[in-house]
Design a protein around this ligand. Structure first.
Ligand SMILES: NC(=O)c1ccc[n+]([C@@H]2O[C@H](COP(=O)([O-])OP(=O)(O)OC[C@H]3O[C@@H](n4cnc5c(N)ncnc54)[C@H](OP(=O)(O)O)[C@@H]3O)[C@@H](O)[C@H]2O)c1
Length: 347
């Protein structure tokens, strides 16, 4: 039977707009092949206005208006005064997608958006690390209690399978640790510095390409990486840890000289993200580390990322993502949407 999934988007920035472009491009094919339509029926933003139409918003017009004026057009018949709480309360919304800005201090208000959506009987998808890094245990317990689904594949390594890989393929395995390169900006800068650029020049080049956080300290001081380590530890180890509890050191003290010296010793410096569990003890760390050039993680260049996972039964394996773009983050939301559709068909 053909299924229409009504979606409410909280946030319509880079990720939300790319999601809209993918839906415009691919929706027809999925409708035929997968017998389902993902219909965006409400969008709420902080400052660009809101749109609601239970028959589906005209996404092309929404994108055109944002491109032309930076906001939704008040002349659009779908334009409404709609708060996030209003959106969460709309009875025709099946899935809420939370894609607001990361708050590294406490994960709010995104965590409350997710909690309220679950309490209102919505499944929830997010690419926002904050709620998973600060409140995963509580939010997952709530989702289970109210019988809804919470998915968050885009929070770490965009759409490269991390959480769904563990969920779907390692059901009987215990994960004892992980080690990876998870922050694009710092890995790009360390790659450029290893090739001879100064710290400042490498940062400028990264900023010109648009992938540095608007507050660069989030990347350079290791906060984004710490949020990802906390999210992975919460999901893999049930660690109930938060980003400030991760042992964290950024790359601001690293110079081109340090990279030159590492090279002479057959090593390179990477901002390593690690999490380990032993019994009830867990430990998470983000730190620039010199690693032998022969190790797989030393080969991860530029904005690429990688994660090695250590398990008891499936052994040790590494997944890599090559130079991910915004499309890959938006696709993570689509892959979570399909997971929800498939789950509901199995019920
Ligand atoms: N960009 C990436 O490559 C990437 C990759 C992985 C994960 N993520 C995560 O995905 C999320 C979205 O990223 P993005 O790049 O799309 O961010 P963005 O361009 O800054 O867009 C954020 C959107 O959220 C809205 N918003 C912020 N606070 C809000 C609030 N309190 N209530 C309602 N709307 C609110 C903003 O409204 P206004 O438009 O009015 O400002 C904007 O539309 C972030 O959590 C980010 O960390 C992003």
């Amino acid at each position: 039977m053909h299924k229409v999934i009504n979606i409410g988007l909280i946030g319509f920035g880079n990720v939300g707009q790319e999601l809209a472009r993918i839906l415009l491009e691919k929706q027809q094919g999925w409708a035929a092949k997968e017998s389902c339509t993902f219909q965006v029926s409400a969008i709420s933003t902080r400052s660009r206005g809101a749109l609601v139409n239970r028959q589906g918003i005209d996404l092309k017009r929404a994108l055109d208006d944002i491109n032309q004026s930076g906001s939704f057009n008040i002349e659009n018949p779908d334009y409404k005064l709609l708060t996030v709480d209003d959106l969460i309360n709309l009875d025709f919304i099946d899935v809420v997608i939370e894609i607001t800005t990361l708050n590294i201090i406490n994960g709010q208000p995104a965590a409350d958006h997710i909690k309220n959506a679950l309490l209102n009987g919505k499944d929830v998808i997010t690419a926002n690390k904050g709620p998973i890094a600060f409140y995963y245990g509580d939010l997952q317990a709530l989702a289970e209690k109210v019988g809804q689904i919470l998915l968050f594949e885009g929070t770490v390594m965009d759409c490269t399978p991390v959480f769904n890989l563990v969920r779907e393929t390692l059901p009987a395995c215990a994960i004892s640790g992980f080690r990876g390169i998870l922050n694009s900006t710092t890995n790009y800068m360390l790659t450029e510095m290893a090739a001879g650029e100064s710290f400042e020049a490498a940062l400028n080049k990264a900023q010109e390409q648009g992938f540095v956080e608007s507050d660069p300290a989030l990347d350079l001081d290791g906060w984004d990486a710490a949020a990802k380590v906390a999210a992975l530890m919460n999901v893999f180890f049930n660690a109930a840890i938060t980003p400030p509890e991760i042992d964290r050191e950024g790359i601001t003290a690293i110079s081109r000289d340090d990279l030159d010296k590492a090279k002479q010793a057959g090593e390179t410096i990477k901002l390593l993200c690690e999490g380990y569990r032993s019994g009830d003890e867990t430990y998470g760390r983000v730190k620039p580390v010199a690693i032998p050039i022969t190790q797989p993680l030393a080969q991860i260049q530029g904005t690429s990322s990688a994660l090695t996972i250590y398990t008891d039964l499936a052994g040790t394996f590494t997944i890599e993502s090559y130079d991910p773009q915004i499309r890959q983050t938006a696709y993570a939301l689509i892959s979570d949407l399909f997971a929800i559709v498939r789950h509901s068909r199995q019920l």
